[in-house]
Design a protein around this ligand. Structure first.
Ligand code: KIV
Length: 270
């Protein structure tokens, strides 16, 4: 977004799409990174259920609970000054019914100070999106590769290849938009399919592994910053922060062991 509102609100997302301005989104799971990304001008912070894989040591997002999400969301929303904060509804907290989604959404909005929630699924989640929206809770949809369904999808695989599958994603995107979602994430979708969805829906599309024609982009911050040895093919490493952090820790260990830290500068001498 090139225009810099004091605080990014729902209408700024739509206005950015209408003006052809790209939206930026990164995940954040704590106050330290949320503050850094907010100061860097990131428009939207996603307290993703990827907290399960990235921070909690799980192999998937499936074990993540609402109780895991709430403190992380509170920390991120508390630290963000400008960014629009979106919180994932974790697996098992909304699929059963619109009522279940509403109860989870209300709990998250009441206790965290976030701006919106995100949930996975197209037509199958339309009733949930409508119920949340009617209760005044902005919803971001999530289509394409949906990690909470990874067992059904056979792991992280590109979705929407072939005419029928591409059509299915377009129809799901229209259902999500019609149900009232304020934006939709498209994950691991061929670029032409994401471009088509971006053209036919009025709400912003936020791509991750979905090409350059989406209205915005999102990355998991540990991939974006190069925290681990490996990042997915679609996630460009914009830094090597993991290596820098390791080097700082090694220097610290060396200086403590060598007796050069703390020196006089870092001691109270009287
Ligand atoms: O949880 C998450 O980080 C996400 C992104 C992959 C979009 O949903």
């Amino acid at each position: 977004m090139t225009e810099q509102p004091k605080r990014v609100r729902v209408h700024h997302l739509l206005a950015a799409k209408q003006r052809g301005e790209r939206l930026t989104m990164l995940t954040a799971y704590d106050a330290v990174t949320a503050r850094i990304f907010d100061e860097a001008g990131v428009d939207m912070l996603l307290v993703g259920d990827s907290i399960g894989n990235t921070m909690h040591g799980h192999a998937t997002t499936l074990p993540v609970t609402v109780e895991d999400m709430i403190p992380a969301a509170r920390a991120v929303a508390g630290a963000a000054r400008r960014a629009f904060v979106v919180v994932d509804l974790p697996f098992g907290s909304y699929e059963a019914s619109a009522q279940q989604a509403l109860e989870t959404g209300v709990r998250i909005m009441k206790t965290t100070g976030a701006d919106a929630v995100k949930l996975e699924g197209g037509r199958r989640s339309a009733a949930q999106i409508r119920a949340l929206t009617e209760a005044g809770i902005p919803v971001v949809g999530h289509l394409g590769y949906t990690p909470q369904s990874e067992n059904l999808l056979g792991g992280p695989r590109v979705q929407g290849r072939g005419d029928n599958e591409a059509e299915r994603i377009s129809e799901d995107a229209m259902a999500v938009a019609e149900a009232g979602a304020v934006a939709v994430v498209l994950e691991m979708v061929p670029a032409p399919v994401a471009a088509r969805v971006t053209e036919i829906v009025a709400i912003p599309t936020i791509g991750i592994g979905a090409g350059a024609e989406c209205d915005g982009q999102v990355l998991v911050w540990v991939d974006m910053a190069g925290m681990g040895d490996w990042s997915p093919r679609f996630a460009k490493r914009f830094g090597e922060v993991g290596a820098a952090l390791r080097a700082a820790a090694v220097a610290y260990v060396d200086e403590v062991r060598g007796g050069t830290f703390p020196d006089d500068e870092h001691s109270f001498l009287a």
